[in-house]
Ligand binder design. Structure first.
Ligand code: NAD
Ligand code: UD1
Length: 308
């Protein structure tokens, strides 16, 4: 496999690049380094890093030359930014997506896997959520990901392009930037612990999420590239945990009680999220099996080192 990874210098991208190099694939990264970092990537004889933008057709054409597969992860990833700057978000997440899709078709790549998101569902109609449940996006970001799914489906039926959308739930792990105000709750909490600050919980902390460790996500991406599954597929553990539960695990890992401040629940916050993961197991043969306790311990060790 010769894989183009767009957004390969980012959080999920860099772990996916490592997983691909490990199975002997050749990898080319295309990234504009807006949130990704070069230091997230190793030096490796099978890895080439291109600086470029998915909004620029020339950059993509150049990047896609000779590759057999595409893992498309580059995106404007902030839901909040998509609400504040919907035009910019649309340009990256829809126009940019179509640019990559069209390059995949023109260059007749064998397969394309792209990042969809649980954000397409908005407030879940029922739990656990199944892939064929109705989508009700409640942000431009969620809508853009849902439009990506429709484009991919159409290109599959019109042009027989082999593609799969991987719908990640709440991914956590090393290299998730905690400094952004929109960072995932786990990276924020670990940053607060590092700074010896109290953890801020919005609401009573009973909200639940399917937190999936990034190495498992990388493993799913590799399996998705190697499979011929189409449509969309959840990438999640199948088990959801509450924030209070997560804080308890963090507290046990570091061996002391953590100070918690409660603030009002945020507008638009989803109380519970849970995923069906049968397709992931059956079509991709993947189980996101890293225990929550182990994932948090690995992350704490990475961030706090001996300080923990
Ligand atoms: P990230 O910000 O770490 O990675 C995104 C990467 O894309 C970065 O390296 C960034 O520099 C690059 N990029 C952004 N705009 C670009 C452009 N115009 N041209 C080229 N490169 C560009 O975020 P992530 O969490 O690794 O997200 C990867 C993908 O997974 C995204 O598509 C995101 O929407 C999706 N996703 C993430 C989560 C999660 O929990 N992290 C959940 C659901 C979906
Ligand atoms: C994720 C997206 C969010 C999007 C939603 C759609 C990220 C970082 N967030 O949100 O933008 O709308 O998917 O499905 O990708 N929390 C705290 N304290 C904090 C931070 C968060 O209590 O300091 C709470 C939140 O209110 C939420 C939970 O933790 O209830 C999880 O938050 P987050 O990590 O942002 O993920 P989602 O809410 O699932």
């Amino acid at each position: 496999m010769y894989v183009l990874v767009t957004g390969g210098a980012g959080f999920i991208g860099s772990h996916s690049v490592e997983a691909l190099l490990k199975i002997g694939a050749r990898v080319r990264v295309l990234d504009n380094f807006s949130t990704g970092k070069r230091q997230n990537l190793p030096s490796h004889p099978n890895l080439e890093i291109l600086s470029g933008d998915i909004q620029d057709v020339k950059d993509i054409s150049h990047a896609v030359a000779n590759v057999t597969h595409i893992l498309h992860l580059a995106a404007q990833v902030s839901v909040q930014d998509s609400l504040v700057h919907p035009t910019k978000s649309c340009s990256i997440n829809i126009q940019g997506f179509v640019n990559v899709l069209e390059a995949a078709r023109k260059h007749q790549v064998d397969r394309m896997v792209y990042a969809s998101s649980a954000a397409v569902y908005g407030y879940p109609q029922q739990l656990p959520i199944a892939e064929d449940d109705a989508v009700h996006p409640i942000s431009p970001y969620g809508l853009e990901k849902s439009v990506n799914d429709q484009y991919a489906d159409l290109f599959h039926s019109l042009f027989n392009c082999s593609m799969l959308g991987v719908r990640y739930f709440n991914v956590y792990g090393p290299r998730q930037d905690p400094k952004s105000p929109y960072a995932g709750v786990i990276s924020k909490f670990i940053h607060f612990i590092e700074q010896q600050q109290p953890l801020t919980v919005f609401g009573d902390g009973s909200q639940t999420r399917d937190f999936v460790f990034v190495s498992d996500v990388a493993k799913a991406n590799v399996a998705a590239l190697r499979s011929d599954a189409t449509g969309v597929c959840h990438v999640a553990t199948g088990t959801s945990r509450s924030l209070l539960d997560m804080i308890q695990v963090l507290s046990t890992c570091i061996g002391r009680e953590l100070q918690v401040i409660h603030q009002d629940a945020q507008a638009g916050d989803i109380p519970h999220s849970a995923a069906h993961v049968e397709k992931l197991a059956q079509a991709l043969g993947v189980q996101c099996s890293t225990r929550f306790e182990d994932g948090l311990r690995i992350l704490l060790k990475e961030v706090l080192g001996s300080k923990g």
